[in-house]
Ligand binder design. Sequence first.
Ligand code: CP
Length: 317
Amino acid sequence: MIHLLGTKDLDKQTVIRILDTAEEMSQVASRSVPRLPALRGKTIVNLFYEDSTRTRTSFEIAAKMLSADVVNFSAKGSSVSKGESLKDTAQTLAAMGADAIVMRHSASGAAQTLAENGWVDAQVVNAGDGTHEHPTQALLDAFTIRRRVFGPNSTGKALDGLRVAIVGDVLHSRVARSNIWLLTALGVRVTLVGPATFIPNGIAGFPVDCSFNFDEMIDSEPDAVMMLRVQSERIESSFFPNSREYARHWGLSDDRAARLPKSCLIMHPGPMNRGLEISSSAADSVTSTIREQVANGISVRMAVLFLLLSGAQRISQ
Ligand code: CP
């Protein structure tokens, strides 16, 4: 059984193959009938224990564009509220014929637990597990960078030599972790930027540089700045004095955005806290890729579902 649980174990060639497949998938949207028959007869369950706008919607659109049947399951309003376990919930859905389970869960390692304990005879795609990984977000981020820097005819290309700053609440960010592994696999030099309280312990074990000065990072002219959401729902103690102080030191303000190189991409996985980690005009500027990231998420998730479920190629353990 093949799953997509994270980016840590994806090698460069595998990532490039997924991005290349996503380029092919992006052509489908411009057809008069934007559908491929590739997954006809397959059933994909979106099993979401945490809220989502972008990920759940784009997995649903991607599956439908591949002609799969889609079932959306939200833990809210389900028998989870009566105490039903993850194992029983997943096995119930698998018993109804799920070929793949796309799962978001608040517990780090939940997707791996589901996949590796043999609880279900279905392929598992991690749509975000706690603070651990969000592999399809990192894939769509890399796809967006490659398209903006090299254009849509960049098939076969990696991102060697580019420099990306990941800024803010790294500690609680599964997006940051998945991007660290995936971007470095593609040859990107990644620098984590933020207050010491938001940089994880054991950062020496990550293949990244670290900076505690956002202004110095901007002066070093990165190719992209990836702003992270301050994850208030996961923050139990005081990691910074107050919102105004955070925005002053770590936010992409209008002034900082104006000092970025003209070609520097402004990225954010969403949802954004406008005025905290990013100003509204930076988020809406011409160098912002935020809405493109969302649109590209459909092509990337089509590629992942296609590669996992069509029997075409193996992409991950
Ligand atoms: N980027 C992201 O995962 O957004 P959602 O929480 O809306 O899915």
